[in-house]
Design a protein around this ligand. Structure first.
Ligand SMILES: [Zn+2]
Length: 543
């Protein structure tokens, strides 16, 4: 069996494995790469996916970094089924269209810029039609239900407790003389998070290979139990100062979890019951409707509330603003309010307007409840920036900044170890995915130490060959390495260092030469220089 890592290998986006076995070729997840320009280029380098030769796709959950390249696969000839849970189908119907819209807008914006510079136009990564085609391929199933997408291949989805309908996957491959069992964790949630169940720990036959996410492999979440009280403190701080609380939040799951938290805080009398709360994100509004349709996927506490006639997703002062005009009106209104808006990392969407209007106000609260990736405005604010450029304006950061760890959608370090303990046995082999390098190395060390497991950390585009009774073998195709601009593992390091130095010299010369090169391209060259520098340091450290 061959498994290729086409994303989320030493990074946290672009989740995708392409598996070849039993005469079939299929993918587990098909996520969009998100981050800096070098990473995002991978979205256009989809040749290694061989979309038209994929028989089917198994999808763990609706997040775009796990699903966002489905329309691209359809554009490139994929016509098979995509298996996922019922809520995932409904969420994807919204999210893929939204993603296509963003892709079309970005291409249009780039082409206007390129036309001014006399450059050829570019195609969007995919268009609305491709997203519609992808949505038609979605085939819903329930947790625990065996599916047999091809002879010799069976799969089952279990609750991963990460977002509504999220799952981890058990894959059983039946060869002539042997049976191999693999588990793909997808994104694993935190036990005790609101709305969704805890990650399942089902009984199954011994697992041979576990592909484990490692987003928080290097740390536990801070003050998890006290997060709701911290949220109340942040809101009451802004109320006392006559100001607003602004909460950047991912539209799916996090927004609903915050509404639910406010519902509980009002019930506990910790925040005023008549406080105006705005959910200002069209996607969040539509996602909330999907949540209402799938209450059977809620955890028992939320189901009990619903059964008792309560609605944890509604508040007396809650207003949804679909319209741009209503969104703008929020900032004309004086006095305390809570504004929940996307994007969660402040790099896009309506949240930018709310930050521009409130970041400089002493007494306002800005509350971060999710992961902030390196390079995003959200991360800069969390890291203590005194000023920030928001929609072209230089804005002073005078509001109080709160970072609350206990709303994370991902299991912390100890929770990952606890979940893995359920599957651990001396023969189990673990591969860490979906994590930044440091987090992965720390988690790998702990897994080796605690459970004496064999742990691997795959690279982007590598192929893992699994054969019964033999050690897993990792290889990297040279041609594909060129696409990914990567360093294969088994090569002459001295030659590579010389090559890297030559490449660096070239890039530095390109940057120094006077040219009308657009700013974005210059940034990209800078990023490449940094990346090569980093890689050279790694090579030297490994020599
Ligand atoms: Zn996710």
């Amino acid at each position: 069996m061959d498994i290729r890592f086409l994303g989320a290998a030493q990074t946290v986006t672009g989740s995708c494995y392409v598996i070849e076995t039993a005469g079939k070729r299929f993918a587990v997840d098909c996520g969009m790469h998100q981050g800096n320009a070098t990473i995002e280029k991978r979205n256009f380098s989809t040749a290694p996916y061989k979309a038209d030769a994929l028989d089917f796709i198994l999808l763990t959950h609706a997040h775009i970094d796990h699903s966002g390249l489905l329309p691209r696969m359809c554009k490139e000839g994929f016509t098979g089924p995509v298996y996922c849970t019922e809520p995932t189908v409904d969420l994807l119907n919204i999210m893929l269209l939204d993603s296509a819209h963003i892709q079309e807008m970005e291409a249009e914006w780039a082409n206007r810029k390129y036309a001014r510079g006399g450059r050829a136009s570019v195609d969007a990564l995919y268009a609305t039609d491709d997203a519609v085609a992808a949505a038609r391929r979605l085939s819903p199933l329930r947790y625990g239900e065996w599916i047999k997408p091809a002879p010799g291949i069976a799969a089952r989805f279990y609750d991963a407790g990460h977002i509504l309908g999220s799952s981890f996957l058990e894959l059983e491959i039946n060869g002539d003389a042997n049976r191999t069992r693999l588990v793909f964790s997808g994104d694993l949630g935190r036990p005790d998070s609101l709305i969704v169940e805890d990650p399942a720990r089902p009984d199954m036959e011994p697992v041979d290979y576990l592909f484990l996410e490692s987003t928080y492999g290097d740390r536990d979440h801070k003050n998890e139990g006290g997060s709701r009280d911290e949220l109340a403190e942040a809101i009451n701080h802004s109320i006392a100062n006559g100001q607003k609380t602004i909460i950047p939040a991912f539209a799916v799951e996090r927004t609903q979890e915050i509404i639910y938290s406010l519902f509980l805080l009002q019930k506990e009398g910790k925040i005023p019951g008549n406080l105006p709360v705005y959910v200002d994100s069209p996607m969040a509004i539509r996602a909330t409707e999907v949540f209402r349709r799938h209450q059977s996927y809620f955890d028992s506490a939320a189901r009990n509330l619903v059964r008792a006639g309560e609605d944890p997703l509604s508040l007396p002062g809650l207003k949804y603003t679909l319209d741009v005009k209503d969104s703008q009106a929020i900032n004309l209104q004086e006095g305390p309010a809570v504004v929940i808006s996307a994007s969660g990392m402040c790099n896009a969407g309506r949240i930018k307007h709310h930050l521009r209007h409130n970041l400089w106000r002493k007494g306002a609260s800005i509350v971060f409840v999710g992961f902030q990736a390196v390079g995003t405005p959200g991360r800069k604010i969390v890291d203590g920036a005194k000023n920030i450029t928001m929609l072209g304006d230089d804005v002073e950061v005078a509001a109080k900044i709160w970072t609350i760890g206990g709303f994370s959608g991902h299991a912390g370090q100890q929770q990952l170890l606890d979940w893995t303990a359920h599957f651990a046995h001396p023969e189990l082999k673990v591969f860490l995915v979906h994590g930044e390098e440091k987090a992965q190395h720390i988690l790998a060390g702990l897994l080796r130490e605690r459970f004496e497991l064999e742990v691997g950390i795959p690279h982007y585009l590598e192929t893992l060959t699994l054969q019964p009774g033999k050690a897993p073998r990792v290889s990297l195709d040279a041609q594909d390495a060129a696409i990914g601009d990567l360093v294969p593992r088994n090569i002459n390091w001295n030659v590579l260092l010389e090559d890297s130095e030559a490449k660096l010299a070239q890039l530095r010369a390109a940057l120094a030469a006077p040219s009308g090169r657009p700013w974005a391209d210059q940034m990209e060259i800078q990023e490449r220089i940094l990346e090569i520098n980093k890689r050279m340091l790694q090579i030297v450290a490994g020599l």
